[in-house]
Design a protein around this ligand. Structure first.
Ligand code: FAD
Ligand code: NAP
Length: 303
């Protein structure tokens, strides 16, 4: 029986593990992949205090390294279900069941799809959701990036290292991204912008992507643009399948908590991107993780 099982080893989960272990709880960190979460898909992080700039995977390792010496146990597993039996919770993976007194959901969010023709067909053949993973395949090619948030603009900037030109297609005439990120993008000679427009289809031949169909949402005008790759950054979907059945999510799947990361079930907490909140960042996930570990400690001690 663990005191606390944390599902997901992103920045939120790793911080919760750090604080819980330092409170002497018996902690298991369950992860379905490599520790680091979305940081592993991020080139440079420039807004984590203490670092002017650090590679995402490097920051991930720096967060992970102190955990084992503190006694945090790690296990691989895709958590499929969490059951609440009062002072005992069951965590079910494909092949194991773990028992714990308390649980923190730190499962984050995943990219949303654009849902246009050609997106699935050309998956891994020119359509990508990860510039860090796939950018180098597009050396000296033209790339389309869809979206206007932090991810789209930062990752488009990263792609200018490889591409001959990167064109952002955004559905409005104003970006959502933070101002400092926008300003850099507007100054980058390899970047171009197509405003008030959506990608309606991804085009290709029998091998790979060759371009996109674009429609102006104000005039209705349809055009085609040639490109070797299409990177899609149109927002996030919660990874909360394991919480279904507990009645703690919104209809869209975000887990609802109070300011102390409590869900409505005693001993079950949620932190980071999977939580219903406005501002999804590494720093906010880290803050959530510290708070939830403290609450779990109080809960377990009271039991
Ligand atoms: P995540 O980092 O998403 O980690 C969740 C973990 O849970 C994952 O490792 C996942 O494998 C695991 N998991 C999920 N479901 C299960 C399951 N069922 N069983 C087991 N494990 C599971 N923020 C910044 O502050 N600065 C940046 O520069 C920045 N750049 C970004 C760039 C991109 C392209 C993206 C997409 C995001 C960026 N962000 C940035 C946002 C930041 O990465 C997230 O806000 C942060 O990673 C959220 O942390 P988290 O711990 O909540 O979740
Ligand atoms: P986001 O902030 O939700 O932005 C999604 C973008 O996609 C928006 O510009 C949106 O347009 C557009 N969009 C949504 N649906 C669309 C559709 N169907 N067709 C065309 N465009 C569509 O998502 P994100 O950029 O992935 O960021 C997610 C979170 O991670 C945010 O909290 C962000 O701050 C954080 N993050 C932080 C950093 C950083 O701090 N450096 C870097 C990356 C991500 P509208 O603008 O019109 O809504």
């Amino acid at each position: 029986m663990y005191d606390l099982i944390i599902i997901g080893a992103g920045p939120g989960g790793m911080t919760a593990a750090l604080y819980a272990a330092r409170s002497n709880l018996k902690v298991l960190l369950l992860e379905q992949g490599a520790p680091g979460g979305q940081m592993n898909n991020t080139a440079e992080v420039e807004n984590y205090p203490g670092y002017a700039s650090i590679l995402g995977p490097e920051l991930a390792m720096k967060m992970y390294e102190p955990l084992e010496p503190l006694g945090v146990e790690n296990a691989y597993g895709i958590v499929q279900k969490v059951e609440d039996h009062g002072s005992k919770k069951l965590i079910l993976t494909e092949d194991k069941t773990f028992e714990t007194k308390s649980v923190i959901f730190a499962t984050g969010a995943n990219h949303r799809k654009l849902d246009v023709p050609g997106e699935d067909e050309y998956g891994a053949r020119g359509v990508s959701y990860c510039a860090v993973c796939d950018g180098a395949f597009f050396k000296d090619q033209e790339i389309i990036v869809v979206g206007g948030g932090d991810s789209a603009i930062e990752e488009a900037m990263f792609l200018t290292r490889f591409a001959s030109k990167v064109t952002i297609v955004h559905r409005r005439d104003e970006l959502r991204a933070q101002k400092i990120i926008q300003e850099r993008a507007f100054k980058e000679p390899k970047m171009a912008f197509i405003w008030d427009s959506v990608v309606t289809e991804i085009l290709g031949d029998d091998k790979k992507v060759t371009g996109v169909k674009i429609q102006n949402v104000k005039t209705g005008e349809a055009t085609e643009k040639a490109a070797g790759g299409v990177f899609i950054y149109v927002g996030l979907l919660p990874q909360s399948e394991a919480a279904q059945g507990l009645g703690i999510t919104t209809d869209a799947g975000w887990i609802v908590t109070d300011d102390h990361m409590h869900t409505k079930i005693p001993g079950i907490y949620a932190i980071g991107d999977v939580r219903e909140k406005d501002f999804r960042q590494i720093t906010t996930a880290v803050g959530d993780g510290a708070a939830a570990a403290q609450e779990a400690y109080k809960y377990v001690t009271a039991l």
